[in-house]
Ligand binder design. Sequence first.
Ligand SMILES: Cc1ncc(C[n+]2csc(CCOP(=O)(O)OP(=O)(O)O)c2C)c(N)n1
Length: 331
Amino acid sequence: MLDYKEAGLESEDLKEMYRTMHLARKIDERMWLLNRAGKLPFVISCQGQEATQVGAGYALDREVDIISPYYRDLALVTHFGMTAEETMLSAFAKKGDISSGGKQMPSHFSKKSCNIMTQGSSVTTQLLHAVGASFKFKMDDEKRVALTTLGEGSSNQGDFHEGLNFAGVHDLPFICIIENNDYAISVPRELQYGAEKLSDRALGYGMHGEHIDGNDPIAVYKAVKEARERAVNGEGATLIEAMSTRLTAHSSDDDDSYREKEERETMKESDCLVKFRSYILEHGVADEAWFEALEKEAKAIVTDATKAAEKAPYPKPEEALTHVYEEVHHG
Ligand SMILES: Cc1ncc(C[n+]2csc(CCOP(=O)(O)OP(=O)(O)O)c2C)c(N)n1
């Protein structure tokens, strides 16, 4: 892992980053339990990708920057202000779900007050929304950036190439992070693209490209911080490929039997949460007692959020079309 002081971080920053990564993991784990207990229909995990997500979010300015995330970004949206209760309300498809009032699939995050853009189910469309937002920032000469994320499978969609080409042509304050977790559902990366590194594509779009260890939150923080500085200084867009480890199956609806036994056994060794915990202990940033207290704090947050969401009302059937079509008021 990179030296945190060289990356411009203080020990308190590391604690805050770890706290968010840990909380997101705990929310995610609880959702799997609820799914297996038959209470939640569907879960798609951030597990293993929290380092990339929190490292990136931490390098942005939440007051002004916009994120256009993908479905695995629970840790990123948690950092940006999505609460555990809001996540649970969405998972239970309750009326109070901030993103869609319980009408969208879970993990289709959005929260306007926290600069989290809305997203659809077609992969990679979120990239175009972020490019559009960054074009607006540039036209209005605003010192803000738009960041989007996606999986490496999604980087083969037409939207990816069109969006990045546009961002390169116009030198937009735009950052794209590919959270490369080796699989698109069950398809391994050798069958998804012929390039050695997806970050090399940056050259073809006329922007800065970087290939980093996505399991190291400090490395991600540094790369995104620098990308943000270039963006607000008018130096254009950045494509970052963060090599990550997806610790779960694609979703609660499938298994990961397509992974070799050896891979499944060694996968846990690159668990970013475990690695970051060791780093924090080794550098004397926090002690075991701090981690124990954090465990209790997260458990209470997740339990309260679950109880509140379970008790919350569902949307009414007659609300099914509310916010779906434009409402025209006559007279
Ligand atoms: C346009 C489109 N095609 C196919 C799908 C079905 N689909 C949902 S997730 C997914 C895999 C995406 O893989 P990747 O981008 O690598 O992200 P990961 O889930 O591995 O993080 C696919 C094919 C979709 N949602 N949208």
